[in-house]
Write a protein that binds this ligand. Structure first.
Ligand code: PLP
Length: 390
């Protein structure tokens, strides 16, 4: 059975071009980039190229890029850097729909001496901007607001937010792990101090991330050790993955035009057809301001986990909520924050496409999924109750 992979916000396949690029760096060019000899030096030069490619994808300068072990490390590095750079400030602010990489650190800090503001979102997944701005003060060490949500795909108005945050003189970090490679980002035009990204979300290897730190931003390293990354992140570089991230960045920059438009068309077709064929189903979040590859569809009165298991029998890989929360039966914190009713949050499925998905795959899902929902609803007491009431 072939796999139909529409779970690309969880992770993506490594692009064949990335594989080809990185293979020689496992055992042929295995030198340490910091070595004085030319065998290591050639690897060092390759890292410079990768740094330039990552920087180019987001409109940054190469020296503003620090390679990290993953998106989570990039988020943590940014938040700790601000906190340590401004030890007298005891307030931090974020949104209620952040990925656990940010959310859980803020919750930890709330129990360890920090006053934390979690900015709410509305039913469309839009951030309450007035609430955010009202809570910024001289005591705020950092505002960390994601660029795009991993579950709903809703994109926040980063340009406007960054301007307001900077007007208050507060350090601004954005978790752009889901945005980079899917929508154009140009940090020359947006006043962000720090930005996190992760290679495995756009066809690079897993276990490699980067943190953009705008020139002049106060910084404090998360890993204190050797001189690597200009002393900003100790540890011998994950050479292979960095080279892979560089290649993935080049590819992503090329995909941002018509390839992503094709992904959006496939996504739109998938959701339009499913909504046409399945009653009591709706999209979670703003229809317009969304990542082009993502749709979160609520199928009311059924269990998301059951849908996933039945789709899995056809080789269809999707997700209920984010990959990190799908092990638990609690509806995701993102859907709860958006006020999605319990009976709909439970039956919400996230489809996230990539440039590798085909029309045939989307047609296959459109054919297989509606009967699955129908079968599950026949077994659902909530559905029967709702039917007899209507
Ligand atoms: N931030 C967001 C929005 C994510 O979606 C993820 C991963 O799902 C992360 C951070 C964590 O990235 P990583 O898996 O590279 O640690």
């Amino acid at each position: 059975m072939s796999v139909i992979y529409v779970d690309n916000n969880a992770t993506t396949q490594v692009a064949p071009e990335v594989m080809e690029e990185i293979l020689p760096y496992f055992n042929e060019f295995y030198g340490n980039p910091s070595s004085m000899h030319s065998f290591g030096g050639q690897v060092g030069r390759k890292l410079l190229e990768a740094r330039a490619d990552v920087a180019a994808l987001i409109g940054a300068a190469p020296e503003e890029i620090i390679f990290t072990g993953c998106g989570t490390e990039s988020d943590s590095t940014a938040i700790w850097a601000a906190i340590r750079s401004y030890p007298d400030k005891k307030h931090i602010i974020t949104s209620r729909v952040e990925h656990p990489a940010v959310k859980n650190l803020f919750e930890y800090l709330s129990k360890n001496g920090y006053r934390v503001t979690f900015v709410p979102v509305d039913r469309q997944g839009h951030l309450d901007l007035d609430y955010l701005y009202k809570n910024l003060s001289d005591d705020t060490a950092i505002a960390s607001i994601m660029w795009a949500n991993n579950e709903s795909g809703v994109i926040f108005p980063l340009e406007e937010i960054s301007q307001a945050v900077k007007e208050h003189g507060v350090v601004f970090h954005t978790d752009a792990v889901q945005a980079v490679g899917k929508i154009p980002i140009d940090l020359k035009n947006i006043d962000v101090d720090m930005l996190s990204l992760s290679g495995h979300k756009f066809h690079g290897p897993k276990g490699i991330g980067a943190l953009y730190v705008r020139k002049g931003t106060k910084f404090f390293p998360f890993l204190i050790g050797g001189h690597q990354e200009g002393g900003r992140r100790g540890g011998t570089e994950n050479v292979v993955s960095i080279i892979g991230l560089g290649k993935a960045s080049q590819l992503a920059a090329n995909h941002l035009g018509k390839d992503i438009t094709r992904v959006k068309e496939l996504r739109d077709k998938l959701e339009n057809e499913l909504l046409k064929r399945v009653p009591s189903a709706f999209i979670n979040g703003d229809h317009k301001n969304r990542l082009p590859n993502t749709t979160s569809i609520a199928f009311e009165y059924v269990e998301g986990e059951s849908i996933l298991l039945m789709m899995d029998e056809f080789g269809i890989c999707a997700s209920s909520g984010s990959a990190c929360t799908s092990g638990s039966l609690e509806p995701s914190h993102v859907l709860r924050a958006m006020g999605v009713p319990f009976t709909a949050a439970h039956g919400s499925i996230r489809f996230s496409l990539s440039v590798y998905n085909t029309k045939e795959e989307i047609d296959f899902i459109i054919e297989k999924l509606p009967p699955i929902i129908e079968r599950l609803r026949e077994m659902s007491p909530f559905w029967k109750e709702q039917k007899s009431a209507s």
